[in-house]
Design a binder for this molecule. Structure first.
Ligand SMILES: NC(=O)NCCC[C@H](N)C(=O)O
Length: 413
């Protein structure tokens, strides 16, 4: 099978053909107030409603001709023989921070006891409560009097933000090294999918980044503005050094991309990734959070004459002029979240008003709750697909964060 058919993303806005989602699972019900900070949540979504909202999101995509595949299915389907399954379980346990050997053995036995791969994968994602493993308390005196921490294996509640652990760029993959321990555990699932899923059999996938790197990079910071230009955020989650590594690998691998625009955005939780403050919605239209325009500095990285050398320049123009220059446009429109009103902008950006998912040029999926921004988008001629958003938004991510495109149609510039 030609590689083009399995991974092909050369824009942010080309008609979306195939996308990866994760339906929120019981990991959400394993969130507690004590864990929220470390597991990167600000509140606990109500799972039943979150699932209804997520199903509405998936159905909206299907109704518009998008093939939806689920992370949990792909991982289960990747465990095609017992050796792969054992390798996967061992690696999962190694990264789950389980202190004693005996406990690791009990967890392995427990995971092997599930009758289907899918049930086992769901359990890995959900986390394992102490009371689930019989005899756990009897391991040793230390274990019996140990802290009242309720989990043997932590849940991974951020999995429904499939945008971040890896990103399709062109016909390759950036398998990211995440900033936090909790999210870095998620990248193991992607590793097994790309290594073993039958969909990728015989396909040589170029990797632009790897989870073993020592600097962090997250998919929410990676935007494909055209088949020549990428934008990458230097953010709370992605380090400048990672952007350089990515640039070198892409430029030295015969991909079409010629320029990376590195957006240096403020390092704070509300702006955690570039896509929480800036997304592309049409050939010449972008959403933007007004608060980043002032402090934003953009650098361009291009391929130097010698192999592995980069030409790096600080761009001194306004953002709209930089976009015009690199995308070869006469005019660009920046649509300001909350219509520029400080209160509406603050509230709606917090609920991912700038985090739109384009399913075609000028056609985007948005959260219902961001009504001020949504009205403005419509006034600019953008077609909206509005999805419910009371519970999903509590994880601090929107439609773009909740989706990883695998295939988009090319667009004509
Ligand atoms: N691309 C994104 O902005 N993703 C949202 C991730 C939200 C998640 N709670 C996190 O803090 O990583």
């Amino acid at each position: 099978m030609a590689m083009e058919n399995v991974l092909h993303v050369y824009s942010e806005i080309g008609r979306l053909k195939k996308v990866l989602l994760h339906r929120p699972g019981k990991e959400i019900e394993n969130l507690t107030p004590d864990l929220m900070d470390r597991l990167l949540f600000d509140d606990i979504p109500y799972l039943e409603i979150a699932r209804q909202e997520h199903d509405a999101f998936a159905q909206t995509l299907r109704n518009n001709g998008v093939e939806v595949v689920y992370l949990e299915d792909l991982v289960a389907e990747s465990l095609t023989d017992n050796d792969i399954k054992t390798e996967f379980i061992d690696e999962f346990i190694k990264e789950a921070n389980i202190k004693s050997k005996k406990k690791r053995e009990l967890v392995k036995e427990y995971l092997l006891g599930f009758s289907t791969n899918r049930e086992m994968v769901d359990k890995m994602m959900e986390g394992i409560r102490k009371e689930e493993i019989k005899d756990y308390k009897k391991i040793s005196l230390v274990d019996m009097i140990e802290s009242d921490y309720p989990f043997i294996v932590d849940p991974m509640p951020n999995l429904y933000f499939t945008r971040d652990p890896f990103a399709t760029i062109g016909s390759g993959i950036s398998l990211n090294h995440m900033r936090t321990v909790t999210r870095n555990r998620e990248t193991l699932f992607s590793k097994y999918i790309f290594k073993y899923h039958p969909m990728f059999k015989g396909v040589e996938i170029p990797f632009w980044y790897d989870r073993d790197e020592n600097t962090s990079m997250e998919g929410g910071d990676q935007l494909i503005l055209s088949d020549k230009v990428l934008a990458v955020g230097i953010s709370e989650r992605t380090e400048a050094a990672s952007v350089e590594k990515l640039a070198r690998r892409i430029f030295n691998n015969n991909e079409k991309f010629e320029v990376i625009l590195a957006f240096d955005i403020p390092k704070k939780r509300a702006f955690m990734h570039l896509d929480t403050v800036f997304t592309m919605i049409d050939y010449d239209k972008f959403t933007i959070h007004p608060e980043i325009e002032g402090p934003l500095t953009v650098y361009s990285l291009r391929k130097g004459e010698e192999k592995h050398k980069l030409i790096i320049e600080k761009e001194t123009m306004e953002l709209s002029d930089i976009l015009k220059k690199y995308l070869n446009l006469d005019k660009v429109t920046l649509i300001r979240c909350g219509n520029g009103n400080k209160i509406d902008a603050g509230r709606e950006q917090w609920n991912d008003g700038s985090n739109t998912l384009a399913i075609a040029p000028g056609e985007v999926v948005v959260y219902s709750r961001n009504h001020v921004t949504n009205k403005l988008l419509e006034e600019h001629g953008i077609k909206l697909h509005v999805i419910p958003s009371s519970e999903l938004s509590r994880g601090r991510g929107g439609p773009r964060c909740m989706s990883m495109p695998l295939i988009r149609e090319d667009i004509n510039w």
